[in-house]
Design a protein around this ligand. Structure first.
Ligand code: BG6
Length: 505
């Protein structure tokens, strides 16, 4: 990951295709604004929004300024910083399929001079994936994107990276037609989260924990990504995606890979990505038979979250009234390598759960309770370490301690590390870090082609197991609950239970 001095970075121009969409105003511009505020942008840069609607530089700046009031993570917006930042923002009106629009873009870039602002180009494709191929070809034809040109050019894309292995391969082929794989930054915003990055630091900079991080000590691992929000107005997208494609193919498998991978030979991007791919490839293949035993899907019906009524998924806009799409998924995966042989990894994610909280709980093997059997029965609480990814970012260790007093009572207690308490409330948005790394050309936080494709292989095998099968009664859950009964059954088979994410104040 990059530690270079931003003031020494050469300049660059960021071109956002599909700039009038939500992402630009909500995430990208607030992120660039904060990078300026924190003096992390190169001293010279430009941002060009490319979209179809008629706008001038000024009207676009005004629009973005208004949006910043709403979406900035720090408030109020600092006018001095905004004014200096806004001077670097430009608008280029054009249709993505029109070669003349790319000529106009080329002229605008050339008007910035012949140096880094013209040659170092970050193309952010905030368009439909079906338009990536067209944009890339047009940009290349306009002489702006080359495999071996002067300066650097990079493409930034976000999920979905296809909807199955075949479409992901086709997309990857398009992305690399006029750019090397190293020029492609595939964003998974989970990798930009401080706590997700900390998984590697925590594991590999602490000998006391890493020694325990294997089948000899670990009983099982639970990864939960819970969301209180329902599908809401994203029904059209969700009907195509479902929780498996939306959350598991990317965010959850990335978190799993970081938690379980072997130490990389260095912190170089390729070394880390090699280990993640190795880990994903070690996941035991899922035959349709295994899918039935190891994977549970769920769909919410009407209920309430925080006392507010929520409609069922089938009643959400743009959702088929008899839809079988999953809004929840729970997986029991095995990693067939030396370190993890036989240890179940449980993953679950869902919409309309009681809590928006994500964590990784590593539960250690049971402690023999012979000594304390008379005082606390045969059930000494197993030790566990929980990495709280969000909110209340931190780590907590659960172990047993003596209850003060004359008796020999033992009960679980906890040791808690909180990011906020230790470091103060510094929470840059994932996009700030990701955009900065894309400008610096550090690929560590981006997903490599083979990672995407390996993750799709896993997801495709699950979908094949579900093919043609409708949801059963045990796979529905009321909005506001922790998922379907079938997910509890999944853990009960091995004598385990789900642990709800802990919230600390
Ligand atoms: C997105 C999914 O990738 O991640 C959304 O498309 C989901 O469905 C979101 O809500 C969750 O991200 P976060 O950062 O809020 O945990």
């Amino acid at each position: 990951m990059n530690n270079s001095d931003p003031s020494k970075e050469p300049g660059c121009t960021i071109v956002i295709f599909g700039a009038s969409g939500d992402l630009t105003a909500r995430k990208l511009i607030p992120a660039f604004y904060h990078l300026c505020k924190d003096k992390l942008m190169p001293p010279e840069f430009r941002i060009i929004g490319f979209a179809r609607r008629e706008k001038t530089d000024d009207s676009w700046r005004q629009e973005l300024r208004a949006a910043l009031d709403q979406f900035s993570r720090t408030k109020p917006v600092d006018e001095k910083i905004w004014t200096a930042f806004a001077k670097n923002i430009f608008y280029c009106q054009g249709d993505l399929t029109d070669a003349a629009a790319y000529q106009k873009l080329e002229q605008l870039l050339t008007s910035f001079g012949s140096g880094p602002l013209r040659e170092n180009l970050l193309f952010y494709l905030a368009t439909q994936p079906s338009q990536f191929g067209e944009v890339i070809e047009q940009v290349h034809r306009a002489g702006l994107l080359n495999k071996n040109g002067s300066g650097w050019q990079r493409l930034v894309v976000e999920k979905p990276f296809g909807h199955d292995l075949a479409s992901a391969r086709a997309l990857n082929a398009e992305l690399t037609r006029f750019a090397h794989e190293q020029q492609v930054c595939r964003i998974d915003h989970y990798l930009g989260k401080e706590t997700v990055q900390n998984i590697l630091m925590f594991r590999f900079s602490n000998s006391i924990f890493e020694k325990l991080w294997n089948r000899n000590s670990v009983d099982h691992v639970q990864i939960t990504v819970g969301e209180k929000i329902g599908v809401g107005d994203r029904g059209g997208y969700y009907e195509e995606a479902g929780a498996l494609r939306d959350m598991v193919q990317n965010h959850m498998l990335q978190v799993l890979a970081l938690c379980a991978m072997e130490p990389p030979v260095s912190l170089e991007a390729e070394a880390i990505r090699d280990e993640k791919v190795k880990l994903l490839k070690s996941i035991r293949p899922l035959t349709p038979d295994n899918v039935a035993k190891q994977i549970v899907r769920g769909q919410y019906f009407a209920g309430s979250v925080d006392g507010q009524p929520r409609p069922g998924y089938r009643q959400e806009p743009k959702v088929k009234p008899d839809s079988n799409v999953e809004t929840y998924v729970a997986l029991k995966l095995f990693i067939d390598n030396w370190r993890w042989s036989g240890v179940p990894f449980y993953l679950r994610t869902g919409k309309n759960l009681p809590m928006s909280a994500s964590d990784v709980r590593v539960q250690f093997r049971p402690t023999p309770s012979v000594l304390f059997a008379t005082h606390c029965g045969n059930k000494l609480d197993a030790n566990a370490i929980t990495l709280r990814l969000q909110p209340n970012e931190g780590i907590y260790l659960r172990f047993n301690g003596k209850v003060p007093g004359m008796s020999l009572g033992v009960r679980p207690v906890r040791m808690n590390f909180s990011y906020d308490a230790e470091f103060g409330a510094y929470t840059p948005e994932a996009y700030e870090r990701l955009l900065l790394e894309a400008i610096h050309g550090d690929a560590t936080l981006f997903i490599r082609r083979d990672e995407v494709e390996t993750a799709w292989q896993i997801v495709d095998s699950i979908r094949a197991g579900w093919d043609g099968k409708s949801l059963t009664n045990r796979e529905f859950y009321a909005a506001g609950t922790w998922g379907p009964i079938a997910a509890d059954d999944l853990l009960a088979q091995s004598g385990h239970v789900w642990h709800e994410p802990q919230v600390f104040s």
